[in-house]
Ligand binder design. Sequence first.
Ligand code: AMP
Ligand code: ZN
Length: 123
Amino acid sequence: MTQVQQSQPNCIFCRIVAGQIPSKKAYEDEHIYVFHDIHPWAPVHLLLIPKLHIPSMAQVGPEHAGLLGRMMALVPGLAEQHGCRPYPEGGFRLVCNTGADGGQEVHHLHMHLIGGPRPWLKG
Ligand code: AMP
Ligand code: ZN
């Protein structure tokens, strides 16, 4: 089974956190990094990731509750700052693809924050 690790040299998102691959940063703190998706589906498409290499939501346990709570708590502010219109007329979508059946392509836990005026490319 894949273990939670500090950083994985072959993980594209660990390399983004380390600054080895460029990204368009939207937010950063000690534990969390947020950047723009390279292939946006919508006017707003951010990826929220823990700096810790957790492969997916399937490896999340009670020890990660604080980290995930802090990630979720950033969402309303990021949505507003990046152009999602106010709830309920506006809003956004928060997606966490997990595993092959969940459509996950990058195996470093991430939440997609997708929004902005429609039409969107997908969804
Ligand atoms: P998922 O299918 O949930 O694993 O989504 C992975 C997302 O990562 C996709 O929406 C990709 O467009 C995005 N992505 C992959 N590589 C990069 C990158 N170098 N910079 C920004 N976003 C990326
Ligand atoms: Zn990683």
